[in-house]
Design a binder for this molecule. Sequence first.
Ligand SMILES: Nc1ncnc2c1ncn2[C@@H]1O[C@H](COP(=O)(O)OP(=O)(O)OP(=O)(O)O)[C@@H](O)[C@H]1O
Ligand SMILES: [Mg+2]
Length: 331
Amino acid sequence: MANVEFQSISKTFDQQNILKSVDLKIKSGEFLVLVGPSGCGKSTLLRLLAGLEQPTSGEILIDGRNVKGVQPKDRGLAMVFQSYALYPHLTVKENLGFALTLNKTPAHEMEKKIQEVAEILRLTKLLSRKPGQLSGGQRQRVALGRSLVKNPKIILFDEPLSNLDAALRSRMRYEIKKIHQKTKSTMIYVTHDQTEATTLGDRIAILNSGKIIQLGTAQEIFNKPVNKFVAGFVGSPEMNILPAEFLGHKNIDFGIRPDDIQIGDGTAQASFELEEYMGSHYMIYARFQGQLLRITRSQSVSKKTGDLIPLNFNMAKAHFFDRVSELRTNS
Ligand SMILES: Nc1ncnc2c1ncn2[C@@H]1O[C@H](COP(=O)(O)OP(=O)(O)OP(=O)(O)O)[C@@H](O)[C@H]1O
Ligand SMILES: [Mg+2]
């Protein structure tokens, strides 16, 4: 376990400011998820912490110690990537032990560590197989195991599951959460996946254009997005955002999540467009004030395109944003 502190970290590549004075404190043993659009600087932030890049300005502290000049291998951390190259000619056991062999770890210690990690990752029965004889999820577990054998204080994950199919992703998510509970390592996890972000993170940091826009629990971010960008970025299906003039508010936008609109007993009239069956619910598309709204509902509305349907907005769940600054205006 270790805490991490980014102090006014900036990073410039080819005169472009990629990270702009990022301040971020990650507690010892915390699971922090980092999300943001492609190119916003997520991987760069991890690479700076790992020591694979140097900041243009600012300091990084691990357990209160400035790590400037400290080699990546001496920072006590491990990285897990989306594309993990296992050694194809080595067995699972040899792959797991590879870093320890390089370290000249004594054989009995190495054996013990490999067995321990294999147990956590349920790889015990697969130790003599080669990567080519494993499923995608098993391979990803070996990749994870290679990081764990080194007893890292901090594990950095950069979209580790995005190559896997949905079922495997959900299993691995469970696996990673369990590993976090067992090892209590500090984890920093980059993802594009909403479910991973909200289920894994003790806190979520939202990065956009090189800055942290919001830092909080999943609930805080979902219920009180600080601006229009976060409102649109977090939550699936996306929040509906439309001009609030119809509610008598000028220069304000009104946001309402698809779950917070009821069909059937309201005064607002919308025109039904179509519905999609989603298994556990229906997604209804309806036009209101010239804009297409998404509404989730447990039953079908059984309407034809163009039919009028009454809507009721749950105003206790409404979000309001200043149209110019895009900042949240309600508490
Ligand atoms: N070594 C480099 N030299 C020049 N530009 C770089 C370098 N590394 C990253 N960049 C640029 O910095 C920006 C941020 O890159 P980064 O990889 O951190 O984004 P990201 O948030 O991880 O995106 P993605 O979600 O697509 O992985 C991008 O515009 C990228 O092109
Ligand atoms: Mg990246």
